[in-house]
Design a binder for this molecule. Structure first.
Ligand SMILES: Cc1cc2nc3c(=O)[nH]c(=O)nc-3n(C[C@H](O)[C@H](O)[C@H](O)COP(=O)(O)O)c2cc1C
Length: 201
């Protein structure tokens, strides 16, 4: 027997995530799609940073970054990652854990092309996560790629998407006196059926 309804209605967790995000787009002052993305390094030490969730696909969550960054290196170690989406105004969170794959095809090209020219050139100029001597050096690099790449740069081969396919998705909504509602969708493998459970807060 299930008492899952209201915010948690429906069996497709991606549809629920999309609906919550659409609501957050109306209430959050900025970046409602900001996710705290967690990876682990070779020693098992966790690492976390914000990135922007750019799409919720039928069976995956998509974000973009530099493939030579620390996060990409850590993803490459395990092909696993996790993230949390938290909306302070809505008092809700979505937690996701799963396996990753690169998106470096047409979709990445199209997203790259949709960005502002300065951002496209910035992606070329940034050796993300590596030491930088000064701001001036960065601006010199931007000037260089601007001269070299022109007004319609190709997507850099070292920049693209990651798709996170979840094994676990948890929806959390604030309740009075810390009696929150939590529902977890879980599957052992990517092609297994979801098992849904309510959790104690
Ligand atoms: C709100 C917010 C959104 C961000 N979005 C992205 C993003 O979509 N992609 C990205 O590579 N970095 C993004 N960043 C920067 C990352 O947090 C981080 O500094 C950078 O990716 C380097 O991380 P790494 O050294 O762990 O690889 C964002 C930062 C903030 C605060």
């Amino acid at each position: 027997m299930s008492d899952r309804d209201g915010l948690f209605a429906g069996d497709d967790p991606f549809a629920i995530a999309r609906a919550w995000l659409a609501e957050a787009e109306k209430t959050e002052p900025n970046d409602p799609n900001a996710i705290a993305l967690a990876t682990v390094d070779a020693q098992g030490l966790p690492n976390v940073r914000m990135v922007l969730l750019k799409e919720i696909e039928d069976d995956a969550f998509l974000f973009y970054t530099n493939y030579e960054s620390v996060k990409a290196g850590e993803i490459a170690l395990t092909n696993k990652a996790a993230f949390v989406l938290h909306w302070k105004s809505l008092r809700r969170q979505i937690r996701v854990r799963g396996v990753t794959e690169k998106e470096e095809g047409e979709k990445a090209d199209a997203y790259y092309a949709s960005r502002a020219l300065q951002s496209r050139l910035g992606a070329w100029a940034s050796q993300q996560s590596r030491p930088l001597a000064s701001r001036r050096e960065l601006m010199a690099e931007v000037a260089l790629v601007t001269a070299r790449r022109g007004v319609s740069p190709q997507r850099p081969p070292f920049w693209g998407g990651f798709r996170l396919r979840p094994l676990e998705i948890e929806f959390w909504a604030d309740g009075a006196f810390r009696l929150h509602d939590r529902f977890r969708w879980c599957r052992d493998t990517l092609d297994a059926e979801w098992k849904i459970a309510r959790l104690y807060p």
